[in-house]
Ligand binder design. Structure first.
Ligand code: BGC
Length: 247
């Protein structure tokens, strides 16, 4: 079975067709910049464009950068606040004519990593941390997801942790890897103060550059870069669509 996975991020909307059994992309990966401002109309239009580019008519799974409850966005830290209260799944379904399921972006990426990546077969507690425009998290125990955790919204330096330690902040403030690692360490101290994951998997674009900063990270947990790199969001979203259909 194949589904279209779409990963909506703070800077890009990425999509590909995924073979659910293997977790492999079976099409090219298409990336469209996230519109600014990322209003419901503008984002929905881009999603429609993406689906048209693939001439896709089957099920769609979508990772969205907000707390999502039954398809409805409850928060909006890195997208336009007008999304709050909107049924994202119903909106995309209406615009594309395809059946659509939506969940938090980090949760779906984490699910992919647990199924096909470093989390495969792992029991115990695993925290997946997607570092990009913001910091998204997905918490697993014995492979089961506790949805919508927002550890990137812990307070650090009088603001959100993600506004202090995300990959986008590293670029914006031109921080070197060492200076950025110090910030990430402060974040992980807060996380490990309240949670003791056995394994932390770092996802997002920076997972590709792990040699640059992993040795400077000081965490109690075992630390690994995501195996699926930044494809995890697309793969997890597609798997979500497949599961939803089979219910
Ligand atoms: C949002 C999360 C999201 C993360 C990564 C945060 O600002 O609150 O829901 O997972 O960004 O996109």
């Amino acid at each position: 079975m194949e589904c279209l996975g779409i990963d909506i991020g703070g800077s890009g909307i990425k999509g590909a067709i995924v073979d659910i059994a293997s977790g492999k992309l079976v099409s090219e990966r298409v990336r469209i910049p996230t519109p600014e401002p990322a209003t419901p109309d503008a984002v929905t239009e881009r999603v429609r464009e993406l689906v048209t580019q693939f001439s896709w008519q089957g099920p769609i799974g979508c990772g969205f950068p907000a707390v999502i409850s039954n398809g409805v966005a409850k928060t909006a830290a890195n997208i336009d606040a007008a999304w709050i209260g909107i049924d994202v799944a119903a909106t995309f379904q209406e615009a594309t004519g395809c059946s659509c399921v939506v969940a938090n972006d980090a949760d779906v990426a984490g699910l992919a990593e647990m199924r096909f990546g470093e989390g495969t077969g792992r029991t115990g507690s695993v925290l997946f941390v997607a570092i990009g425009t913001g910091i998204g998290t997905a918490l697993f125990y014995n492979g089961q997801l506790y949805p919508n955790t927002e550890f990137g919204h812990l307070r650090l330096k009088n603001g959100l942790a993600e506004r202090y330690a995300s990959a986008a902040v590293r670029k914006k403030e031109s921080l070197g890897w060492k200076a950025w690692s110090k910030r990430l360490n402060r974040f992980f101290v807060q996380v490990e103060r309240v949670l003791s994951p056995e394994l932390i998997i770092i996802g997002g674009g920076v997972s590709r550059k792990h040699e640059k900063y992993f040795s400077m990270l000081d965490v109690q947990a075992e630390l690994l870069p995501a195996k699926l790199r930044n494809r995890a969001g697309i793969i997890g979203a597609a798997c979500l669509a497949a599961e939803h259909l089979n219910r």
